[in-house]
Write a protein that binds this ligand. Structure first.
Ligand code: ADP
Length: 593
């Protein structure tokens, strides 16, 4: 429905009231005026009758009809018409016409009235004169007997003309008054509607959220009070909205900083909210998901069943869920019922704990135990076997005994090497965990030279040349013995996997703000599928060759942990048949002096 402006409701009604009252007053006044005028005219006619009554009575009582008529004719100079009628209705005298030609007047209203009541008055259109006339008639009495009726008449058209002129003037004056009243009522209407319009605009701004806007308080008591109340309401609302927003922000901040994923669904299982962690775990968009159905967004049967169970059972439930997108994640989920203040079930809250890392660590631990057991069992089985063989006679055959004991000694060395490497690893890990690794700013060249010194004999035996390229002034924040150990491991591997006559280069320098040590060989290289796992404990590309070379499978794991303990990392690039380059990236805290 189209609603009218208050101005257009007030103004026309004001105008209507003014015009109707003006018209009513004009109509009433002209009626009263006309009536007064007619009464005055009737009184005037009556007075004129009284003036001539005596003369007419005399002529009538004497029965002198002709004299009566001629007396009437004499009066014709006055504008009033005088007629004398006998009680039977016959006209005996008239100012204008010969009585003989005139009708019987017994049926005329004023005549009947005069005869019956002593005074008659009427007003009607005269077809003879073609205008409206007023008639006043009185009986003429002689000796208690009515001998005739004397009638005077006058046209009233002039009255109407005079009245019309007066009405016209009243109407003109009324029009002026109406125009003035229209102006005043327009002004008053605007005075009333303008503050209301202001309030309306203010309320619209409030509705758009601009609650800081202040309505100007009007002089009018009611509108001023309304404006004040609306201002108070807006301020109150603003305060409450601020509270709600800050509470929501706090809640969002808490939820966003939680490691656990939190999601809530309503009774129809539409997502009400979910935090960043939950969105990450479920691989959904945290902004787009709310409002959509859980079934459609997550598509995980076990999570769905958990939510269904919590909602229908009213209990807290938990389950381990595997989420597969984009990579497999293991999640421990707790679902509990959400109830409102009246205890009605309104939804379910699900808390998701990502246990993927725990599972991974647990798997690593299990694998490690299995690997260690496996690595230790081989030499122990071998030692046990040879010792038993020795005990069964072989001890009496010196040559066999020597050979077996040599093998036992080798296996014991191997056992001790494994244990030594494991201890080194655990020591580095502990130091790194406690951040207790003692580092100092020292020149790298001396450390690299010491490492190469350790490997030099073995390299010479294998016919491999060792080259070092490192600026004298290159320094880094390092733990020298550990870094030396890492470089020894890398150079030892490079020598082991290089062919006779090739060379191993050790280079150190600055790259993009960090210190990089590279050990490059031109050996057999490593197939790409092994590279991602190469730094894992006990990971070997060629197990038999590694064992034959006396490797424990822990060398590169130690290198990686030493790099990490320094706050850096280890990396490898390799091409089968061309060679491998192992790099140690150390943070660039050291400076060239
Ligand atoms: P290992 O004691 O067996 O040498 P590492 O952890 O030092 O154990 O090395 C893991 C595996 O990586 C080795 O078994 C070997 O297969 C491979 N490897 C390491 N360094 C090289 C290299 N320079 N060239 C080719 N393969 C290498």
């Amino acid at each position: 429905m189209r609603r009218k402006r208050i101005l257009w409701q007030l103004y026309p009604s004001y105008l209507l009231v003014i015009l109707v009252s003006l018209a009513a007053v004009t109509w009433y006044a002209s009626r009263q005026f006309r009536q007064f005028y007619l009464d005055r005219t009737a009184a005037d006619l009556h007075a004129r009758i009284l003036l001539v009554e005596e003369e007419i009575r005399r002529e009538l009582s004497a029965g002198r009809d002709e004299q009566t008529d001629s007396f009437c004719k004499k009066l014709s100079r006055a504008s009033t018409r005088i007629t004398v009628i006998l009680p039977g209705g016959r006209v005996v005298g008239d100012t204008d016409n010969p009585p003989a030609e005139m009708d019987n007047h017994a049926d005329r209203k004023e005549i009947r009235q005069a005869l019956a009541e002593g005074f008659g008055r009427s007003q009607r259109f005269s077809h003879t004169l073609r205008e409206e006339l007023m008639y006043v008639a009185v009986p003429i009495e002689d000796k208690q007997k009515t001998i005739g009726v004397l009638r005077a008449s006058i046209p009233v058209t002039s009255i109407d003309r005079a009245l019309a002129a007066i009405q016209l003037r009243i109407a003109a004056a009324g029009l002026v008054v109406a125009l003035f009243a229209a102006g005043v009522s327009w002004f008053i209407s605007r005075q009333i509607s303008w503050p209301l319009e202001e309030l309306k605009h203010g309320a619209e701004r409030f509705a758009r959220g601009d609650l800081a806007h202040k309505l100007s308080v009007e002089d009018t008591r009611e509108i001023g009070a309304l404006a004040e109340t609306m201002n108070q309401m807006a301020a109150e609302l603003d305060g409450r909205i601020r509270d709600v927003v800050s509470e929501r922000n706090q809640r969002d901040a808490i939820l966003a900083s939680m490691v656990e994923g939190v999601l809530a669904v309503d009774a129809e299982q539409h997502l009400i909210s979910l935090n960043q962690a939950a969105a990450r775990m479920l691989a959904v968009d945290a902004r787009k998901a709310p409002g959509r159905s859980l079934r459609e967004v997550v598509r995980n049967r076990r999570l769905q069943a958990l939510v269904d169970g919590a909602f229908s059972g009213g209990d807290s439930l938990e389950d381990d869920i595997v989420l597969g997108d984009p990579r497999e994640r293991f999640v421990h989920a707790n679902a509990s019922l959400l109830c409102d203040a009246d205890g009605r079930r309104i939804g379910v809250l699900v808390v998701l704990h990502d246990v993927t890392e725990l599972q991974r660590v647990d798997k690593i631990r299990r694998d490690f135990v299995a690997n260690v057991s496996h690595e230790l069992r081989t030499p122990v089985t071998s030692v046990k076997g040879f010792v038993e063989t020795l005990l069964d006679d072989a001890i009496d055959k010196p040559e066999d005994a020597r050979r077996f004991l040599t093998i036992v000694a080798q296996q014991t060395d191997r056992l001790s090497a494994i244990i030594e490497d494991l201890l080194t690893l655990s020591r580095i890990e502990q130091d790194a965990e406690k951040a207790e690794l003692a580092v100092e700013d020292c020149p790298l060249k001396s450390v690299l030279e010491a490492a190469l010194g350790v490997c030099r004999n073995k390299a010479a035996r294998s016919g491999v040349a060792l080259e070092l390229s490192c600026a004298e002034e290159l320094r880094a924040e390092i733990n020298p013995p550990l870094l030396e150990q890492a470089v020894i491991n890398l150079v030892d591997n490079a020598v082991n996997y290089s062919g006779k006559g090739s060379a191993v280069d050790v280079e150190a320098g600055r790259e993009d703000g960090s210190v990089v040590i590279r050990v490059r060989d031109r050996g057999c290289g490593i197939p790409p599928e092994h590279l991602p796992r190469l730094f894992e404990r006990f990971y070997r590309v060629d197990k038999a060759r590694s064992r034959k070379l006396g490797g424990t499978g822990l060398g590169l794991a130690i290198v990686k942990h030493i790099a990490q303990a320094h706050g850096g990392r280890a990396s490898v690039e390799s091409t089968p048949g061309v060679g491998s380059t192992f790099s140690l990236h150390l943070p660039g805290a050291g400076s060239e002096r």
